[in-house]
Design a binder for this molecule. Structure first.
Ligand code: R5P
Length: 313
């Protein structure tokens, strides 16, 4: 049996984060084989005895879909190896943006993914900044949806409410932005009325709130192509912002996001390591914060059957 009865397993999407979590908990990672057959099919084997153990599988499910498959196969392997309980630790829960039937003949991808995760025997889910809170309801098992707020709070500290305003880049981001604005010193809030003429294309229609001669912190859950942030920053600069920073929980950085963010009128781009990238970023204004301490503490509390709600701040 592993120390304290916890088994930490990870797939290829979250290898570095898992190592960091393991260091925080002082529990070694369990030896797992996650490789491929010659044709590209995923092959998984847990190399140690995990019978009766409290198993945490750390794996983000950003594209490619192989990341999701690795999580599913690892969970199935753990169940068949007689794990006592399996928690899927999903720092970034992918396929979350199609979370309702808002157009004819579209799937609810987030529900499909939730069903798959449950079908392989996962007993609970620990995740971070779900794109939409209601995705928790797509699961019948418990879901702990933590927020990166404490990580951002530690980095930004207390900001002066006379100088700083938090900006929600679209209506969906308002609740999250308001929560962080409160934590960073009851900062005022401004809202952007954003339109998406097509997926990944963003247009700013209006800015609600005073941004002139202000220092601004734009808060979003995801930076994908960077288009939302870039058009927001351009508009805010036009309206007389003094300084503009952006903070986001999850950085997909698809397309040429890095290049666009570099050129945009942004003073700092703050993200977390919920999604790991193979390439190194060459952006001086980029700051990557670690969510490992937060996830490690949540894992410890789940294992010890302690309340996790203290971390929902
Ligand atoms: C949208 O609802 C999300 O909260 C993000 O604003 C969006 O995913 C960002 O995408 P992009 O960077 O491609 O504009």
């Amino acid at each position: 049996m592993k120390k304290k009865g916890i088994t930490l397993i990870h797939g290829n999407a979250s290898a570095n984060l898992a190592e960091e979590i393991s260091r925080h908990l002082n529990i070694p990672l369990t030896d797992v084989l996650v490789t491929k057959f010659k044709d590209g099919e995923i092959r998984v084997q847990i190399k140690e005895n995990i019978r009766g153990s409290d198993v945490f599988i750390i794996q983000s499910t950003n594209p490619p879909a192989d990341n999701l498959l690795e999580l599913l196969f690892l969970a199935d392997a753990a169940k068949r190896a007689s794990a006592k309980r399996i928690t899927a630790v999903i720092p970034y829960f992918g396929y979350a943006r199609q979370d309702r039937k808002d157009q004819p003949r579209v799937p609810i991808s987030a529900k499909v993914v939730a069903d798959l995760i449950e079908a392989v025997g996962v007993d609970r889910v620990l995740t971070l900044d779900l794109h939409a809170d209601q995705i928790q309801g797509f699961f019948d098992v418990p879901v702990d949806n933590l927020f990166v707020t404490p990580v951002m709070k530690e980095y930004f500290g207390e900001l002066d409410a006379k100088e700083w305003t938090v900006v929600a880049p679209d209506v969906g981001a308002t609740k999250r932005a308001r929560a962080i604005a409160r934590k960073l010193g009851n900062l005022p809030l401004a809202l952007i009325d954003k339109r998406r003429p097509e997926p990944n294309v963003a247009e700013v229609l209006h800015v609600i709130g005073n941004v002139e001669n202000k220092r601004l912190l734009i808060l979003d859950d995801i930076i994908d192509t960077g288009n939302t942030i870039v058009v927001a920053a351009q508009k805010l600069k036009e309206l007389g912002a003094l300084e503009i920073k952006v903070a986001a929980a999850h950085a997909l950085f698809s397309d040429n996001a890095e290049e666009k963010l570099c050129k945009a009128p942004l003073d700092e781009v703050v993200i977390t390591n919920s999604i790991e990238h193979k390439r190194k970023f060459n952006m001086k204004k980029l700051k990557i914060l670690s969510v490992a301490p937060l996830l490690a503490e949540a894992i410890r509390r789940i294992h010890e059957e302690e309340s996790v709600s203290a971390l929902f701040i």
